[in-house]
Write a protein that binds this ligand. Structure first.
Ligand SMILES: C[S@@+](CC[C@H](N)C(=O)[O-])C[C@H]1O[C@@H](n2cnc3c(N)ncnc32)[C@H](O)[C@@H]1O
Length: 391
């Protein structure tokens, strides 16, 4: 592909990504993979270049642009060499007309900017929400294999974490094949520490997904005790046990939940758990670095539904905690409605519960918990709180 043809391909892809965002369709990464699956003539350099162009446009535009071309024109407005490729010749994009719409630059749609500011996120922190994310791994101490990855840097406060140079294909590393490493953002590793998991405990990971945090809990428990990993998404949950096997983790069982009927499905764990960890479904405002088009998908209605589900799941989880045990609320969001506000409302509904101070290797106190942000901590954005049940 010529450089100009790559730009047109990125514009076509952006149109698909925008349409999917409007209709709740597939994520950008999936659409990019599908696009190239039917265009075998594109080589690996073409794929990388088109992907980078598309993501540059997504990161630059806070509001969903009217078209993919308007988004790419915003990138071209900053890059004269890119603008010069709009020649209209061959597979190149059409010439730029003087009155063409150009998407506005921005970090987020206005309503979300306002909500983030109201949640105490300073303007200076906003830009970092859509910067490129680093590649972090967690070393799995259950597997006795030395981890020696060229260029890997330690992450302060996390002895089991490494930050890798960008572009490393983790799944091609011998350490990955041996189950000795997992890809996991440092922030995700840090908030999991709030569970204070220890050998012999019984823990419920209520929204376990494919098990990112579950596997970190198993290591903290030295594979001794019991973890019930549940989720309402069959596809994600089905990936958990194969991952656990690869990681030599044998204390995990899984349970598929029916949304709205979680309490019935978990009744056998009532008052049983040392800790219930709820890594709740959320808006993901803290992970825009990895999914920047997510900010084109979120609506006030969708946010309200997430907030309602989080509150309900906190109540479901609380019923599983044994007297004196703990409930950990985690969201990868920086909106107070999902984090500090959610916990404040929980404490009103459950006045005998107490928020416990947390000592984590990164983050700042926020409301009754702690908050990590890309700008301050170099991690994805998270809110985490630890709530102690009455004895
Ligand atoms: C932030 S993700 C969890 C990520 C996972 N803990 C990890 O570390 O990889 C939130 C999860 O909540 C799940 N979820 C959504 N509604 C749920 C419900 N009603 N009950 C249980 N899980 C639910 C989603 O399927 C999703 O996997």
């Amino acid at each position: 592909m010529t450089p100009a043809a790559r730009v047109q391909a990125a514009i076509d892809l952006l149109d698909e990504i925008l349409e999917a965002a409007r209709r709740g369709g597939a994520a950008a990464d999936t659409l990019i993979a599908r696009y190239f699956a039917t265009r075998r003539y594109a080589g690996s350099k073409d794929r990388r270049a088109v992907r980078e162009l598309a993501y540059a446009a997504i990161r630059l535009c806070g509001e969903a642009p009217v078209t993919g071309r308007a988004a790419m024109l915003a990138v071209a407005a900053r890059d004269p060499a890119l603008a010069a490729l709009f020649t209209g010749e061959g597979h190149a994009p059409a010439r730029i007309a003087p009155d063409e719409p150009v998407a506005a630059e921005g970090v987020a749609p206005e309503w979300l900017r306002t909500a983030l500011a109201a949640s105490g996120l300073a303007d200076a922190e906003l830009a970092a929400l859509v910067e490129r994310a680093p590649l972090d791994i967690r070393i799995n101490r259950l597997v006795d294999v030395a981890v020696a990855i060229p260029g890997a840097e330690p992450i302060p406060g996390l002895p089991d974490a490494l930050r890798l140079p960008s572009g490393v294909n983790v799944e091609a590393l011998p350490e990955w094949a041996a189950g000795a490493i997992e890809v996991q953002d440092a922030g995700s590793q840090i908030v999991t520490l709030a569970a204070q998991a220890a050998p012999g405990q019984r823990i419920v990971d209520l929204c376990a997904g494919a098990g990112g945090k579950t596997l970190a809990l198993v290591v903290a428990m030295m594979n001794d005790g019991a973890i019930l990993a549940s989720d309402s998404d069959r596809g994600r949950l089905s990936r958990l046990l194969p991952r656990a096997t690869r990681a030599s983790a044998s204390i995990v069982t899984t349970r598929l939940l029916d949304p709205g009927r979680e309490a019935e499905a978990l009744a056998d764990w009532a008052d049983e758990a040392d800790c219930v960890l709820i890594d709740a479904p959320c808006s993901g405002t803290g992970t825009w670095r990895r999914n920047p088009e997510a900010r084109w998908r979120l609506t006030p209605d969708r946010l309200a539904r997430l907030v309602e589900t989080q509150g309900r799941l906190l109540d479901v989880g609380a019923a599983l905690v044994k007297p004196g045990g703990a409930l950990v609320h985690i969201v990868c969001s920086l909106l107070d409605a999902e984090g500090a506000g959610q916990v404040a409302r929980f404490l009103v509904r459950h006045p005998r519960w107490r928020a416990e101070p947390l000592a984590l290797p990164a983050g700042r106190a926020h409301g009754d918990g702690m908050r990590l942000t890309p700008a301050h901590d170099g991690t994805d954005g998270f809110f985490v709180a630890r709530l102690r049940a009455p004895c």
